[in-house]
Write a protein that binds this ligand. Structure first.
Ligand code: OFO
Length: 166
């Protein structure tokens, strides 16, 4: 049985994962409107993955006798200054998500909830990958700068990456 303090923290995490999904959906739509179809495919896929992260939490809470709460979401930004800005926002958001996950892991240890602690390790590993991916992407974009040919190749690479997910 889930302790209510853990249930509350996991429900907050559901909200954060759902807001990640909405945020990346908005980024996907904006990049699509800019003709960056590879980048938008990548971000649409990322948005779907965040929904999956949310669903995993919903099922875990319910399976452990708690009640998952499906939250209302705030509207994400609809425009971005540039493609680099998109990925900077994404990285900043992921850093917040990592902090929230680390807080839950710490709480699980305090409350001796080793089952939830074990479950959360998947999210710990996932955050490491997501932050690294966002940082590498920003590095690439900084390298490309104003080079349109470079941006074309960057976008094409993301198209390939999103049609062959790991
Ligand atoms: Fe769910 O990993 Fe990003 O937010």
């Amino acid at each position: 049985m889930l302790k209510s303090i853990i249930e509350k923290a996991l429900n907050k995490q559901i909200e954060l994962e759902a807001s990640s999904s909405q945020f990346y959906l908005s980024m996907a739509s904006w990049t699509e409107s800019q003709g960056l179809n590879g980048t938008s495919s990548f971000l649409y896929q990322h948005s779907d993955e965040e929904r999956m992260h949310m669903l995993k939490l919903v099922k875990f809470i319910n399976e452990r006798g708690g009640t998952a709460v499906i939250p209302a979401l705030i509207k994400p930004p609809t425009t971005f200054k540039s493609i680099t800005h998109v990925f900077e926002c994404l990285l900043e958001h992921e850093i917040n998500v990592t902090e929230s996950i680390n807080n839950i892991v710490g709480l699980c240890l305090e409350e001796k909830d080793f089952t939830t602690h074990n479950f959360m390790q998947w999210y710990v590993a996932e955050q490491l990958e997501e932050e690294a991916l966002a940082r590498t992407t920003i590095d690439k974009l900084n390298m490309i700068g104003e080079d349109k040919g470079g941006l074309y190749l960057f976008d094409r690479d993301l198209k390939v990456a999103s049609s062959n997910p790991e």
